[in-house]
Write a protein that binds this ligand. Structure first.
Ligand code: AMP
Length: 385
């Protein structure tokens, strides 16, 4: 459902997907697939004798996207046909007969290249070899996009292999689970249902994210990661990261994405067994949000929701100046630095609302009121995620 939304915010998104009752996590990105297909087409062409016009035969249904991309990448004249392998019980009840459906081209004397999406045990491949024995072709070659070497049980040649993969159930790029999943551009692999609760606590500087996160992490047994706190800890201890981050933070600017993203990943990995995380102050840019989605998806996890404290800017400037009297935070003491943080928020961070809205994952909460009132409002949303 998420992937039908026309939005720039989702164009490179890789997330866990659910098909029927099962969950799948990203395995191979469409960019990598494109490179593999291009290489296969180049290799097949390089082996083709000059002037030879091959017939590519795609084994449906799984190969349809692969075959389409392969053909566009193949330079030179060629023909294409698609077949299905159908099994039925023969006349004697134990005998299973496999035959091709849809072959309408004469193959005698031709070079035939079979296009398969994935070869695992080799049972289908064996049937293909058997069937083509009778076709009097000049040459039969097999090109498969994916190959599972650990489960292949046959002594049969495979001429071209796009990529070896482990023995996991995969979907996407033409491959399905009970007919769903063929239309995803990337390849996904079966994973266990996500059990973590991961929440992005969002809001402008001074909205009360830190205070609320401290209360909510206890209530929901989550790990609270505040990137601002981690930076301040590093500055205090004069680590390399702290020295690097200090100039940005003191001026109220954002620390560069690469630095922040790597730091965030380390913090998550330190707490591998956690029930989930409250992310506070992260993500703050679109590329941080994308990096977080991809990083979690690779672990079989996801963001359950962005919960945002909505408070007006003027109220917050006053609040922050008040906080600066006691917090010791240099970026809270000077109105121009505070205004700059809002500027950073409005130009780089506020767009994340749209990013999560596009995934139906944005939950706004009124951030004006007593601490307890706001905790109660946030809890109402947390309970549903
Ligand atoms: P905070 O405590 O969340 O208000 O963060 C204080 C400062 O740390 C920010 O003004 C930034 O300079 C830096 N910072 C914290 N989180 C991030 C982030 N996700 N990306 C870039 N800079 C950050």
């Amino acid at each position: 459902m998420y992937f039908n939304i026309e939005s720039d915010y989702l164009c490179h998104l890789m997330k866990i997907i659910k098909l029927h009752d099962l969950y799948f996590k990203p395995l191979i990105r469409k960019e990598e697939i494109a490179g593999i297909v291009q290489q296969l087409a180049t290799d097949v062409k390089a082996d083709m004798p000059p002037g030879e016009i091959p017939i590519f035969i795609g084994i449906l249904n799984g190969c349809f996207l692969f075959a389409a991309d392969f053909l566009r990448a193949y330079t030179g004249d060629c023909e294409v046909s698609f077949v299905k392998l159908a099994s039925y019980q023969g006349t004697s009840s134990t005998e299973k007969v496999t035959q091709l459906v849809g072959l309408n081209t004469a193959l005698e004397g031709r070079t035939v290249v079979i296009l398969e999406d994935v070869i695992d045990t080799g049972n289908t491949l064996q049937e293909i070899y058997k069937i083509f024995e009778n076709e009097k072709v000049k040459q039969l070659k097999i090109a498969t996009l994916f190959f599972k070497p650990t489960v292949f049980r046959k002594e049969l040649p495979i001429d071209y292999i796009g990529k070896n993969i482990d023995d996991s159930f995969i979907v996407g790029y033409g491959l399905d689970y009970n007919n769903l999943g063929r239309n995803y551009a990337d390849i996904y692999q079966l994973t266990t249902p996500p059990t973590m609760k991961n929440i992005v606590l969002f809001g402008p500087p001074g909205a009360g994210k830190g205070t609320q996160a401290t209360l909510l992490k206890e209530k929901y047994d989550l790990i609270h990661i505040s990137t601002g706190d981690v930076f301040r800890y590093n500055i205090k201890n004069q680590t390399e990261l702290g020295v690097l981050a200090k100039t940005y933070i003191d001026a109220g600017n954002l620390v560069p994405d690469e630095v922040t993203i790597n730091m965030l990943k380390e913090e998550v990995l330190k707490n591998a067994g956690a029930n989930g995380f409250i992310f506070d102050g992260f993500p703050r840019t679109q590329s941080q949000a994308e990096a977080l989605d991809t990083f979690l998806a690779e672990k079989g996890a996801q963001i359950n929701g962005m919960v945002a404290l909505e408070v007006s800017e003027d109220l917050l400037v006053a609040r922050l100046l008040e906080r600066g009297k006691t917090s010791g935070r240099s970026d809270d003491m000077d109105e121009s630095k505070i205004r700059n943080r809002f500027n950073e928020y409005n130009t780089k961070t506020a767009i994340l609302k749209k990013y999560y809205q596009a995934q139906n994952n944005y939950f706004g909460v009124d951030g004006v009121g007593s601490i307890n009132e706001i905790t109660a409002r946030l809890s109402e949303v947390f309970d549903t995620l």
